[in-house]
Ligand binder design. Structure first.
Ligand SMILES: Nc1ncnc2c1ncn2[C@@H]1O[C@H](COP(=O)(O)OP(=O)(O)OP(=O)(O)O)[C@@H](O)[C@H]1O
Ligand SMILES: [Mg+2]
Length: 505
């Protein structure tokens, strides 16, 4: 739906953080029932603008109008009351409470006597679940549900609070293709009710599918807003985002494939994965494809010594390893760039350089010397190679944009010169320009003789960068193929457990 009246409008909004002009003179508006998509490179200012709207940050200057009325530096509580809801990446679900109580968190229906009206709570909740297309009892405890369902409950909560504008900041980054389609159905039913949705994502296919209008941000400025009509192409959006064209997107080159570096034999962890065997050669990019929950990350966590194996053997250069802890795995030459960068890869309160050199420091400390100058130089080089947008290496990592945090995790591992480097969803939440850089880096590692393993849920990505691919489904290997001799159908079939694509949807 498009052409409704304007609900929210900002004019000339600017926001400065020490060292960065995060927003410069932003004009933006959203209409009733509209999906307005916002896209831009990592650090372009998308999340910052949304946080100004919701009152998390205060603007330095500019006008903010909600339903035509000026809003002066509101608090988060005030913006919720006004009708603004944000579905954050870090969800605010209480896992031990049931669905109904999570939906009505902070606004439980009460009887006149002041006690909770359970009858109303559960019958209202059932209505909301129906609207969300969720076939679920409102008495289900949240912790038993998937991330996708958690997100739906957050959306339900926004609807209950009578939100007029709902902000979704990278809502699909941990959703499967099917879950994304369900989310889109819910978004459409919201817009039919007249609710407006700001939709932030790095996935171009999604934007062009769901958006009515698209705004492109670059370096804190809005470079364009346009209707999402037939004339909009991905090239156009990418061109606006990065101000140049990307040639040779995947940067795939054939590297010299050498001896087997990592060999995994019959790895099993009861109830998680079973009888997983594969080998990766020096100079090879080995892709692990599967849907979320297939057990790919779990296999890598076990190889890296985070989780225990029940049986199976791991060899590095033909020598059997007992990787019973990450420390031992690192010593054996294995690196893992994890998927959950906030939880596993970074210390958010420390600065960029310290994070990058974390592993190195523990290594060098045992010898008693730290080569500070060498470290600084290496860190600066990586900042440039990966185009990490930070005013300095001293900036606290928690203050970088999501995608730039991901790049810091990566530098950390590149610093230790591993023999095997595992990337778990390396480009999740990363913009297209930086994606291409990361592919170049992966290829560069392979060219230097590193055995590279990449876990990905994105089909074009896995086909574009790997030499060989194995597919997993429900904890088992379902296929192994050479990328040059396969196609997306065959790979998808493996991920679906050998079934044909059509049967699964
Ligand atoms: N709390 C903060 N303190 C200091 N700087 C910040 C803070 N929040 C954001 N920034 C800076 O503002 C700029 C814009 O960041 P923002 O998070 O808005 O980017 P983004 O467009 O959402 O990027 P991404 O796609 O990576 O999520 C970045 O340079 C970031 O480092
Ligand atoms: Mg962001």
């Amino acid at each position: 739906m498009i052409g409704g009246e304007t609900v929210l409008e900002v004019k000339g909004i600017s926001k400065y953080f020490p060292g960065v002009q995060a927003l410069k003179d932003i004009d933006l508006d959203i209409k009733r029932g509209e999906v307005h998509a916002v896209i831009g490179e990592n650090g372009a200012g998308k999340s910052t603008l949304m946080k100004v709207l919701t009152g998390v940050y205060q603007k330095d200057k500019g006008e903010y109008l909600f339903e035509g009325l000026p809003v002066e530096n509101p608090t988060v509580q005030q913006t919720i009351k006004m009708g603004l809801s944000c579905i954050y990446q870090e969800l605010t679900i209480v896992p031990l409470l049931d669905v109904a109580r999570n939906l009505y968190l902070g606004s439980l229906p009460l009887k006149k006597s002041g006690i909770i009206d359970y009858k109303k709570l559960y019958s209202d909740s059932r209505e909301v679940l129906k609207m969300l297309g969720m076939d679920l009892s409102p008495a289900t405890i949240m912790r038993y549900l998937s991330v996708a369902s958690h997100q739906m409950i957050e959306i339900g909560r926004a609807v209950i609070r009578n939100a007029k504008v709902i902000i979704m900041d990278e809502p699909t980054s941990s959703l499967t293709t099917r879950e994304t389609q369900i989310l889109f159905r819910v978004i459409r039913s919201l817009t039919e009710k007249g609710i407006a949705v700001f939709y932030i994502s790095h996935k171009l296919e999604e934007l062009t599918e769901i958006a009515d209008r698209i705004s492109v941000f670059r370096d804190g400025q809005k470079v364009a807003t346009f209707n999402n009509d037939e004339e909009v192409t991905h090239e156009k959006i990418i061109g606006l985002m990065i101000g140049r064209k990307i040639e040779n997107y995947f940067n795939k080159q054939q590297c010299r494939i050498g001896d087997v570096v990592l060999e995994a034999k019959h790895l099993t962890r009861a109830g998680v994965f079973e009888d997983v065997s594969f080998s990766v050669r020096s100079g090879e990019v080995f892709g692990f494809f599967g849907l979320i929950g297939a057990g790919r990350s779990e296999v890598m966590r076990a190889i890296f010594g985070i989780d225990k194996l029940d049986s199976g053997e791991i060899y590095i250069n033909g020598i059997k390893q007992r990787c019973t802890s990450p420390k031992k795995a690192i010593r054996a030459g294995i690196g893992l760039v994890p998927e959950d960068r906030r939880g596993q890869g970074l210390i958010l309160k420390l600065d960029v350089k310290t994070n990058e050199t974390l592993i190195k420091i523990t290594e060098i400390n045992t010898l008693g010397i730290i080569d500070r100058a060498g470290e600084e130089e290496a860190a600066l080089k990586l900042k440039e190679q990966l185009d990490i947008k930070t005013p300095s290496l001293r900036k606290i990592v928690g203050e970088l944009s999501g995608g730039n945090q991901q790049k810091v995790v990566m530098s950390k591992w590149l610093m230790m010169n591993p023999r095997v480097l595992v990337f778990d969803e390396p480009t999740r939440g990363i913009d297209v320009g930086a994606k291409s850089e990361i592919y170049r880096l992966i290829n560069g590692l392979a060219a230097r003789g590193v055995a590279v393993v990449v876990i990905s849920s994105e089909l074009p990505e896995i086909l574009g960068i790997s030499d060989r691919i194995i597919t997993m489904h429900e904890g088992r290997v379902t296929g192994e193929m050479e990328s040059s001799k396969t196609d997306s159908r065959e790979v998808m079939r493996g991920a679906l457990g050998g079934r044909r694509e059509a049967d699964a949807v």
